[in-house]
Design a protein around this ligand. Sequence first.
Ligand code: HEC
Length: 172
Amino acid sequence: MARRKRNPWTSTGEVLIWIVFVMLLFPAGFAGWAVGHYTSLGTKPPATVTVNVGGTVSTPSTTPTTTSSGGGASVAAGKALFASSGCASCHTFAPANSSGTIGPNLDTAPATDAKADGNMALAAFIKQSITDPSAYIAKGYTDGLMPKTFGTQLKSSQIDDLVAFILSGTAK
Ligand code: HEC
């Protein structure tokens, strides 16, 4: 008998709890939908996020690796890159203590070839030779030997370092 009296009580309580629950749930759900809906319509929030991410990623990654002196290209960094990128195995270049013979001698060849290549500025010619070796093929050598991947493998700051290193030691 006690059960029959208690059961309706419990179910009324449950119903009340459900009503309260649903009353809270619906506005919460609607608010969630509204926020999501209107944020997706606006294009400004994603743009702000991209800018922030780009800023935090690029600033610290370029600053420490580029130079120790801050600013321009580094001859010392270029010398290290010349060795680590395998340039020494193909090129003779006195400042690098290298004696490779597959490619032109970088002590003397660039100055001559820059003139032959439409009288290019030496630094621009050296840079072009690294990023786009096929643009000018040194006399007596064939296309396809010098890897064409340095332009994408190395950062532009690293290419500038290599150019600075070669420029500092080659004949002008
Ligand atoms: C597998 C051999 C090989 C490697 C490695 C190589 N080169 Fe070369 N390089 C050549 C050959 C061959 C040429 C001549 C053909 C041409 O002009 O593309 C050349 C041409 C050049 C020239 C132009 C020289 C001139 O007078 O025309 C420069 C500058 C140069 N290389 C720099 C580099 C640097 C810097 C690296 C490393 C990042 C490098 N090379 C790695 C083979 C190589």
